[in-house]
Design a binder for this molecule. Structure first.
Ligand code: BEZ
Length: 210
């Protein structure tokens, strides 16, 4: 089964560096980011995990729990965490799933056999408090992901859930946003009384709502 945006995030029970978890219970009422790593003791993953730990306060400010996955055992993850701390200056304090039998990797389609038959690709699933998949990012093993971009996507999702806006190309928090086309000008006058910049009837930009 290929997971798509809007699908329920499959639930699972797994061993992690923080003990056994049932995924949906662990998420609780939070947003979640589930991301896979091809293998322990690999260089790109080492940098990604150290950087994610440094970003953890920013995820927490947004009500987001992060959880990694790699297809090795908990003992390997723990020894690898020593290396991550020594080389990246941050030891992952978020759970890392030990998916040696690839149960979770298969459930989430993280194995792409034409890329590699045993290691996962670099998948990211952004999951909302209703346990719905809201965004997915997939990179090959050789390309480290941009975790600042993951935060940016979460900022966009959380903003556009609250207001009838969408975020334009390369948007950063605080930049102007776009009034969604389904909002008529009559309704827009009520929602955005300060007015908007209309470049085309379908391209109306407005200051980011607070
Ligand atoms: C890495 O994480 O460094 C890596 C893993 C698999 C293939 C290439 C790089």
């Amino acid at each position: 089964m290929t997971l798509q945006i809007g699908d329920s995030a499959p639930d699972f029970t797994a061993n992690t560096t923080s003990g056994s978890i049932r995924f949906h219970d662990w998420l609780g009422a939070s947003w979640g980011v589930l991301f896979s790593h091809p293998k322990d003791f690999t260089p790109v993953c080492t940098t990604e995990l150290g950087y994610t730990e440094k970003l953890r306060p920013k995820f927490e400010q947004r009500g987001v729990k992060v959880i990694g996955l790699s297809v090795d055992a908990v003992g390997d993850h723990e020894r690898w965490a020593d290396d991550i701390e020594a080389t990246q200056g941050a030891r992952p304090r978020f759970p890392i799933i030990a998916d040696a039998d690839r149960t979770v990797a298969n459930l989430y389609g993280m194995l792409h056999p034409k890329a590699d038959t045993t290691m996962t690709v670099r998948s990211v699933f952004i999951i909302d408090p209703n346990k719905k998949i809201r965004a997915m990012i997939v990179y090959p093993a050789s390309t480290g992901r941009n975790f600042d971009e993951i935060l940016r996507v979460i900022d966009s999702l959380q903003l556009t859930d609250k207001h009838k806006v969408a975020t334009p190309v390369n948007w950063q928090p605080g930049d102007d946003v776009i009034i969604v086309p389904s909002v008529s000008n009559e309704d827009a006058r009520k929602l955005f009384p300060q007015g908007w910049n209309e470049q085309r009837p379908y391209l109306r930009t407005v200051k980011q709502p607070a």
